[in-house]
Design a protein around this ligand. Sequence first.
Ligand SMILES: Nc1ncnc2c1ncn2[C@@H]1O[C@H](COP(=O)(O)OP(=O)(O)O)[C@@H](O)[C@H]1O
Ligand SMILES: [Mg+2]
Length: 200
Amino acid sequence: MIVTVTSFKGGVGKTTTAIHLATFLQGQAETLLIDADPNRSSLGWASRGELPFPVIDEWHPDALSADFRHIVIDTQARPIQDDLATLAAHCDLLVLPTTADIMALEALVLTVNTLKTIPVARYRILLTSMPPKPTKAEAEVRSLLAETQLPVFQQGIRRYSVYQKAAKAGVPVYAVKDPKAETAWQDYEAVGRELLTSMD
Ligand SMILES: Nc1ncnc2c1ncn2[C@@H]1O[C@H](COP(=O)(O)OP(=O)(O)O)[C@@H](O)[C@H]1O
Ligand SMILES: [Mg+2]
């Protein structure tokens, strides 16, 4: 399976999502993460510690990709709407992380019409950095998304500082010594399971 993680906006959790979906998929079958963002945040994450899967840049994917059942691609934010359709056409699922703040939502609303031209099976929105306790903001985002009928992962990713610690240590979130490590990991595990189910 090829999963591409992209977004309407920067800093919404693409890299964090790519790393943790690759971690989840590696638990199922051999997985490769391709870092196609010039910022090289995924490669940086890998270089600081140890991840359970290899991370390579986008220039040499043919060298490795035949050995892997799953490929996750981390990208830069996509300001150009047409790119979304192109990205979607070249993977099994496009995962679109978005936060619940007004700026992210405005970006999302702008992109809705483009999304509507893409077959629904090809993409799914992921709510990230959600306040750990459900808030009005989250409820608003979910109801807005329900109105647009865009596909959204039922499981959201909650906001925990342990993700920063994981990035710093170069490990998946469950490997950090922190009281929230397991809770944080459970969010991505649930998203991973939804992803597998959606592919069946
Ligand atoms: N669920 C989360 N809870 C807390 N912080 C998060 C979460 N997801 C991402 N972050 C933090 O937000 C910042 C941007 O995340 P990142 O994954 O690098 O986004 P992007 O790749 O879209 O730029 C980073 O500092 C990251 O540690
Ligand atoms: Mg990134």
